[in-house]
Write a protein that binds this ligand. Structure first.
Ligand code: HAM
Length: 405
């Protein structure tokens, strides 16, 4: 028997239903917020992710599904959605429409070669949004509000953590400040952290090692080192969230694992799903369009990890719908198929059982597929052009001419 690869899962039955429900619900809400659907390729040039997600991130450093294709191109299965959407944005020359706003949503599989465990897969699915051209912090607020609306609609409880990662004006001096502090405690930090002092010191702040966290309690905080503009935006974001009664917590150690962020960063976490508790994350990336050779354009987005919320999603109970058609005699099949096609053309849901069987068997079948009506042709009905129909919701039955069914 051939099984799916480690860390990759089928979405089947209940999970498939939930996946569809999550993406449909989120897509509906995103369109209400003025976002449009975009689909980008799953395979992209490796250098796209190196330049966006960043060389110093774990994703690019250790987790890429990378190979050389038959044409000798260095390619990767996308580890996340933002890079591809930004590439598409630039490729469509939308960065040249200065002053315009473009808002997109997407969903689909992402690939990271991580050690599989609960909530961590090698192929997983995200629903994400990206907004271009809007630098107002009201957009940061709006995205957080939209994400809350999505989780509310799905019946999922969450808490919101926010931080500001600063901009080109305040990050470099903060970084210097932080590095000199880290140098002082270098010997006591874990190996990963010691390496990060050179490659990406800010990432030291979210080290999961408890000893490192204790050592870092005295580290300078980015939120105390923001420039006036970043500080004003961050305060305004908090005011907007408070006014909208969206509870949040400022977490100065929230730095996100991707290198492209500037300014607002946020994560939604759930305390009901174990160690991998981040159910969505996002933030601003005002320099990313330029890093990918586009004209300077502010951007912000988020992505939900769909597998992480799968077991928390409550799908409303489905009502019985559509038709189940069956026959008790082999001669009846032609009439059944004709009726089924007429109804399907008419936009109705129809499941047909081809094998002749008794009424009891058909009723069972109709129940199994969740049909509202069970319609069956027996010997008598076939002779006089009629059909037996039962409304399984109202529990009423009658025989009617087949044209009326
Ligand atoms: P991310 O935080 O890397 O951000 O991923 C977003 C979400 O995807 C996480 O919060 C988590 O729920 C889920 N996730 C990540 N890795 C895995 C995994 N191995 N297995 C299952 N679920 C996972 C991004 O990807 C950014 N592109 C978000 C963004 C959009 N920022 C701006 N725009």
């Amino acid at each position: 028997m051939i099984n799916a690869l480690r860390g990759m899962k089928d979405l089947i039955f209940e999970d498939a239903e939930r996946y569809r429900y999550v993406t449909e619900t989120a897509a509906k809400i995103a369109s209400n917020y003025g976002f449009e659907y975009i689909e980008t390729p799953i395979l992209e040039e490796t250098r796209l992710f190196r330049r966006s997600v960043g060389e110093s991130s774990d994703i690019v450093g250790k987790e890429m599904y990378r190979f050389t294709d038959k044409g000798g191109n260095d390619v990767c299965l996308r580890p996340e959605g933002t890079a591809g959407v930004v590439r598409a944005f630039i490729q469509a020359k939308l960065d040249r429409q200065q002053g315009q706003k473009y808002r997109f949503f997407y969903f689909g599989p992402m690939f990271r070669y991580e050690r599989p465990q609960k909530g961590r897969l090698r192929q997983f699915h995200q629903f994400g949004v990206e907004s271009f051209g809007e630098k107002s912090v009201a957009e940061d607020f709006t995205l957080i509000q939209m994400l809350s609306d999505i989780f509310d609609a799905l019946g999922i409880r969450y808490s919101v953590q926010i931080n500001s990662l600063g901009c080109d004006a305040c990050r470099p001096p903060y970084r210097e400040n932080l590095v000199s502090h880290l140098e002082g405690i270098r010997e006591e930090l874990c190996e990963d952290c010691r390496r990060r002092i050179e490659s990406n010191p800010i990432r030291v702040l979210d080290c999961k090692n408890e000893h490192c966290q204790e050592l870092l309690s005295e580290a300078p905080r980015i939120t105390h080192n923001l420039c006036d503009d970043c500080d004003r935006d961050f305060q305004q974001l908090q005011d907007l969230l408070s006014n909208a009664r969206i509870p949040y917590r400022v977490d100065p150690n929230l730095v996100r694992g991707l290198d492209y962020y500037t300014g607002t960063a946020f994560e939604f976490v759930s305390d009901e799903i174990g160690a991998q508790s981040a159910i969505a994350g996002g933030g601003r990336y005002d320099r990313l369009v330029e890093y990918l050779d586009g004209r300077p354009t502010p951007g912000i987005g988020f992505a939900i990890g769909i597998e992480r919320i799968m077991e928390l999603v409550r799908i409303p109970e489905k009502e019985r719908s559509g038709w189940y058609l069956g026959t008790m005699i082999p001669e009846g099949i032609d009439s059944i198929l004709k009726l089924a096609h007429k109804k399907r053309k008419n936009g109705e849901k129809v499941v047909v059982e081809y094998s002749p069987k008794g009424l009891k068997g058909h009723l069972k079948g109709a129940d199994k597929v969740g049909a509202r009506y069970c319609a069956v042709i027996g010997e008598d009905e076939w002779k006089n052009g009629s059909i037996w129909v039962k409304d399984l919701l109202r529990k009423e039955e009658k025989v009617i001419p087949i044209q009326e069914a």
